[in-house]
Design a protein around this ligand. Sequence first.
Ligand SMILES: Nc1ncnc2c1ncn2[C@@H]1O[C@H](COP(=O)(O)OP(=O)(O)OP(=O)(O)O)[C@@H](O)[C@H]1O
Length: 583
Amino acid sequence: MEDQLHIPQVKISYLQSRDPSIISWNRLEKVRANLHFSSDESTVPSLPLPDKVKEKHVDVYLRIKGGVECSDIYAIEEEDTFVCELPETSTTISGNKNGVQTAEKYKFTKIFNSGCTQEEIFHATVKEKILNFINGENSTLMAYGTSGSGKTFTLVGTTEEPGIIPRALKYLFHSLPTLEQFPQAKPLPNGNAVILDNTQKLIEKQQSQSILKDLHAYKDHLLHEKAFSAMQQRLSRDPVAIVENLTPIINIWVSLAEIYNEQIFDLLNTPIKGQQRPRLKIGGLHNNTYIKDLKFINVRSGLEAYEVLQYGLQNRNRASTVVNMQSSRSHCIFSIKLVQGYDADNLLVSSFNFCDLAGSERLKKTMNVGDRLKESNSINNSLMVLGRCITMVRDGQYKKENKMPPFRESKLTQLFQRALIGKEDIQLMVNVNLSKDMFPETQHTLNFSAMAKEVIIDQAPVKVLNSSRFLDKDFDEEDTRDEELDELRDRLAEVVLQLSEERQQNQQRQEEAIERERQHLINTYKEIINIKDKQIETLKRENEILLKEKREREKAHLQSFFVVSSGSESDFEDELGVTESDS
Ligand SMILES: Nc1ncnc2c1ncn2[C@@H]1O[C@H](COP(=O)(O)OP(=O)(O)OP(=O)(O)O)[C@@H](O)[C@H]1O
């Protein structure tokens, strides 16, 4: 049985964008770097290839939010073990629920206490990865945590305390020589690159200049510029990496995308006035998923890249919620692409993705309604899918379970599936707020990170020196099929949404009609009751008159009878007084 499971069964997925090396989850096919040299190899100096990376686990860091009072149920042992005392009713990750007070231990690559500076965090996490990036390795850093736990602060930071991204940009550009005025090669979304002709060079230059010009019109632009130059000065004493064997072509490009309510938008694409920002689709190509039509902007310095980031961030969906005044309502992906090489046939593209995930939220706590509630549902759902994918990848690696993680159930996991299965370098920055009232959220976050920490990265980084022969046209057929599937899927989602909206509207209409009918009946019955009340009043009055008349008649009758029998009217009056009071 065991042996049968190990027979590779490579099935071509027509749901593109699944990594073809995924055969089953207990077996990840080993794919070795695939280098394409079309010209005489002896005349082309080869690009540096990293050594085969030893099997290792995903790096998971824990950052404890500063400026909040920490609950005393938490403790840090050494620099990598986080201890959490669980109340009797809690369930541990190992499934314990025995009514005994237990403590759960969580291992991290490193724990950053609330007093750690942004600089310390950068040095311990991303700095080394930047060198791997220059060597052609892809890398992803994801910031995960509940809303308000400090994800954006860790990645982007503030003008006084710049985060990992501006520091990474500074470090990257200082490790490279001064870049050419005009870009020579541009990355394609599908992972390849093309050499630009003179006209294209001009167009690309204009694109980046127009974005920078737009940004310079913002009033707080100067603040960013000052903060970045202040930071550059502060870091100028830091050792700068010496990178050898750099190629004649070196270009850096950046992009910024957001996944908002399961729709992808290009934050560097300013829509024409009055129009909505277009929705982008996911494309798939062999072992690569990418965002189609995402704009990449050429940058020549850390400052330029940082400015482009700031430009895009102004367009990000943010809103004030109960837990965070400036809550990010979307997952945001800032990508840096490095294109290096010699000529059209020898280009290498590496990417570094920084992913600022939207924070998970407890709906009860956030008390969100309307748009905020819709966003919360979408955020929580995609994070749940991320958790399920990580758990299933980990179970596949350890328990040899043969299940396909549900990558396609959310745009986020679809885009990062290659990194999530451990075939590319991925780091997770887990942000927690250890205040007492955040206990359930913190425990959930810790359990998530424990799963992620166990995922094995078992693949040497794949390097592909592309040839222009392998550009778009070769993949047209696959792309078209993908596009058709994407369109069908989108159409289906739209129809489902439309149906559910119509059902809701119908229900609302029905409820309104019932309410109207109810009100009508109430009013009708009220009127009937009014009329009846009036009739009763009239009857009462008539009855009283009749009674009075009758009494008058009887009185007259008695009077005449008395006069006839006794002869005195006054005697009758006296007698009547007695008679009336008696009666
Ligand atoms: N380590 C820290 N030290 C000081 N202030 C912090 C720290 N972490 C976060 N903050 C502050 O807390 C607030 C919320 O942080 P941030 O916006 O980064 O949270 P987030 O996790 O990105 O939230 P969301 O998911 O809702 O966008 C910000 O004002 C930020 O400056």
